[in-house]
Design a protein around this ligand. Sequence first.
Ligand code: SF4
Length: 307
Amino acid sequence: HIDGLKACMELFEELEKGGIQNCFFEVNVCEGGCIKGPASDKWQQSLVRAKMDLEDQVAYQEEAQGIEGRDIELQKTFKDRRVHDRTPSDTEMEQILHAMGKYTKEDELNCGACGYPTCRAKATAVYQKKAEIGMCLPYAVAQAESMSNIVMDVTPSMIMIIDKDMRIRECNKKAREMLGVSREEALERYIFEFLDDKDIAEVLNTRQQIVHKKLNLETMKLTVVESIIYIESLESVLVTYQDITREEKAKEQHYNLKMETVEMAQKVIDKQMMVAQEIAGLLGETTAETKVTLSKLRDSILFEEED
Ligand code: SF4
């Protein structure tokens, strides 16, 4: 008993070599047997049908003619088409590392967050155009932080974060200038040491924001627009003072100029009225005198005629 079709075929070949032309095989067609083995389901086809088809084909197959194989080109040349990744020179590597914000050995954190084992492996991938410079997580975080710092520092308004104890937790460049302290010193101080903290205390208590309130900061001699917003997650308030001192001064000057002009116009009107009244008075007087004189003249003429 020989199990499996392959084993049958091997035995058949052996027998043929030994000069035996005919032999009889029993081939199992049971489930899991020679023909109906475990891979038979793969083709979703009856193996009996396949066997019959095969036998039919073999019966009709004509004998191959004239195949010598001499004229058939059986050679093929293959080219080496492997992609050879370029590696950056030392200068190029340095340039890429600088672009990733890594200027010293300590800057190369080799944290692997980018998917490359080292910063230099990542830089090589950037050089080979397989990775982006921005894919470095510490670099992206540093970029985001420095961006927000730039925005904070170039803003012409005072921006501060004051916590529930009235302590300054953060302040921008303008605020530091106006308070006259360094950042380190500001973070040690309380807001009431510099400004009237009434509004800040109110927002911390009520959590109701104050937006666009105009007020004078007496200690700083400034007119500002105040906004105070409660930050739930920090139990703090964001305070911004927009300096409008210049605009207010310009407005005041404009108002004074207007009032001066009105005053002058009123004076001119009054003067004109006085002159008009004087002229009218003089005219009235002369008219009366003329009337009296002419009446007298008329009367004298009339009485002379009667006499
Ligand atoms: S994420 Fe940045 S710091 Fe970390 S290994 Fe990659 S390149 Fe280096």
